[in-house]
Design a protein around this ligand. Structure first.
Ligand code: AMP
Length: 218
């Protein structure tokens, strides 16, 4: 059973890479950001506490994040592996995780901040079916329209220049330093994220000693 954490600056493609790994290896993909976005879309009580924070590109308080992680991992069937994306974001969260859970490898996708920001600003999601696009390397056939369902595409509310600057700054000052805690366990692998989705996926697999990705079969 494989247990991974995937980290990297906003826009580095960690969600895409985690989804591909999870699909192919039968892992459960936990994206803390997706769980929070689901709460906002579903108007839950939690949403009322986190929406403004998320829109501003700030980090949600640790106790709410830890509750989400604990609840999700306690529900998990341990016959299956997992890949966690978007967590931990700071040293407190990393220590919380290491006290109760374990992980085989932490994959860090390296990408310069200015490239990450450009990629994040080009992200679009379909307002109908949720399909994801990137205007830089996966644009829709018709501008701002979903290829699959024809609905309108929109940017994430926190993919603005201001919110991204805040998120990338938090990444450098709070998230990247947590790698040290995992480095002490010698489980961190660093991957160049500047290539195509397939190139990055195969670089990750090489470092994790997994079979290469058969893109056409997925
Ligand atoms: P992401 O999709 O990972 O960029 O997360 C979107 C937003 O959700 C972040 O900007 C934060 O507001 C919140 N969030 C996601 N994961 C965490 C976390 N581990 N700690 C604090 N806030 C988080």
């Amino acid at each position: 059973m494989q247990k991974y954490i995937i980290m990297g600056p906003q826009g580095c493609g960690k969600g895409t890479q985690a989804t591909l790994l999870a699909k192919d290896l039968g892992l459960t993909h936990f994206s803390v950001g997706d769980i929070f976005r689901w709460n906002v879309a579903a108007h839950t009580k939690l949403a009322a506490r986190i929406k403004r924070i998320m829109d501003a590109g700030e980090l949600v308080p640790d106790e709410l994040v830890e509750e989400i992680i604990r609840r999700r991992l306690d529900q998990h069937d341990w016959n299956y592996g997992y890949i966690i994306d978007g967590f931990p974001r700071n040293a407190k969260q990393a220590r919380f995780f290491l006290e109760s859970y374990d992980v085989d490898a932490v994959v860090h996708i390296n990408l310069p901040a200015e490239v990450a920001q450009r990629r994040a600003l080009s992200r679009r999601t379909c307002t109908g079916c949720g399909m994801e696009y990137n205007l830089m390397h996966r644009p829709p056939a018709v501008a701002e329209t979903c290829d699959a369902c024809g609905e309108r595409l929109a940017s994430r509310r926190d993919d603005t220049v201001e919110a991204l600057a805040k998120r990338l700054h938090d990444y450098d000052t709070k998230t990247r330093p947590t790698l040290e805690l995992f480095e002490q366990k010698e489980i961190v692998v660093y991957v160049d994220g500047s290539g195509t989705v397939a190139e990055t996926q195969n670089r990750i697999r090489e470092l994790l000693k997994l079979p290469q990705w058969a893109a056409a079969a997925s």
